[in-house]
Design a protein around this ligand. Structure first.
Ligand code: NAI
Ligand code: OAA
Length: 327
């Protein structure tokens, strides 16, 4: 397995690459960035685990970095500062993602594409459109990484209801920004005794967990270490699904057309939206099955209603960035 990290010298990229270096499934870890990758690669290459590490720097080396990759993980681009929304990052990050996706479509058209760069709600549709333009789009292989929302939800919920945060699973659906993040607390054991006020506070903390970190870092960026953990967890789930043939379930932001039947069932609840984070059964070819969202409480149904217009706007913004652009 060749795994390429684009943005590998960044705040997320470095710890993510360190975690990925520990996977016995990865034979080649390819690190791409526009700065500092020779140093990061030299450093990681001294670790006595299986993966061979190569560093690639600048646009001239992008093709070599991506060529033949099985998985491409993208945390490239700028992070938020206080008082910015994720959508404010679109102006800079949309072009970065377009260029990386174009190179991936040419050099590794069958790769699993794992998109971390914000705004995820829009960057994932950008990758889809670029791959379509190159005639290589397989919706089963494109994922917006929303794992940090699930990781946070497990932590915050277990702080209130107890239990082991490492094994407590909280489904989080929708998108990856503010009100588009919809935690389904009613589906988690131990939450039925919580007051509505408690549920609303907990929901708000999960929706705005990113802002908590942005504020605490006070201008020095957004979540990097917890994101590296979450990104590694999602990449390991994909690797497990490929290597073990045992289906693995993760909530992730996917094209609902990636599973006609499961997608149609989801659209009965969401309306006609193309991208949505749902529980997905991952298999060797990517999305194997979109699983049912399950029952929503009245409060969660209200959250969904609020989320959909914003999410849809983010999707249209990403899609039209490519369809109107000349590639
Ligand atoms: N999906 C999620 O849950 C999360 C997403 N993020 C997003 O991840 C992105 C990266 O965040 P950080 O690592 O903190 O930022 P950072 O600024 O520390 O690192 C970004 C890296 O991208 C590189 N880069 C810039 N343009 C590039 C290009 N054209 N090709 C390759 N590399 C390029 C930079 O040189 C830098 O090393 C941001 O957009 C941030 O909002 C952050 C946390 C959670
Ligand atoms: O908040 C941000 O900008 C970074 C992010 O996506 C998160 O931490 O969830």
């Amino acid at each position: 397995m060749k795994v390429t990290v684009c943005g590998a010298a960044g705040g997320i990229g470095q710890p993510l690459s360190l975690l990925l270096k520990q996977s016995p499934h990865i034979t080649h870890l390819s690190l791409y960035d526009i700065v500092n990758t020779p140093g990061v690669a030299a450093d990681l290459s001294h670790i006595n685990t299986r993966a061979k590490v190569t560093g690639h720097i600048g646009a001239a080396q992008m093709d070599a970095a991506l060529e033949g990759s099985d998985i491409v993980v993208i945390p490239a681009g700028v992070p938020r500062k206080p008082d910015m929304t994720r959508d404010d990052l679109f102006k800079i990050n949309a072009g970065i993602i377009r260029d990386l996706a174009t190179a991936a479509a040419k050099n590794c058209p069958k790769a699993f594409m794992l998109i971390i760069s914000n705004p995820v709600n829009s960057t994932v549709p950008i990758v889809a459109e670029v791959f379509k333009k190159h005639g290589v789009y397989d919706p089963k292989r494109l994922f917006g990484v929303t794992t940090l929302d699930i990781v946070r939800a497990s932590t915050f919920v277990s702080e209130i209801v107890g239990g082991d945060a490492a094994t407590l699973r909280v489904p989080v659906i929708g998108g990856h920004s503010g009100v588009t993040i919809i935690p389904l607390l009613s589906q988690v054991g131990g939450t039925s005794g919580l007051s509505q006020e408690r549920i609303e506070k907990l929901t708000n903390r999960i929706q705005f967990g990113g802002d908590e970190v942005v504020k605490a870092k006070a201008g020095a960026g957004s979540a990097t270490l917890s994101m590296a953990y979450a990104g590694a967890r999602f990449t390991f789930s994909i690797l497990d699904a490929i290597a073990s043939n045992k289906p693995v379930v993760e909530c992730t932001y996917v094209d609902l057309n990636s599973d006609a039947q499961g997608g149609a069932a989801t659209k009965k609840i969401t309306g006609d939206i193309q991208f949505f984070s749902v529980p997905v059964e991952l298999g060797p070819a990517g999305v194997q099955r979109i699983l049912p969202i399950g029952n929503l409480s009245e409060y969660e149904a209200g959250l969904l209603k609020t989320a959909l217009p914003e999410l849809n706007g983010n999707i249209v913004k990403g899609t039209s960035f490519i369809s109107q652009a000349n590639l």
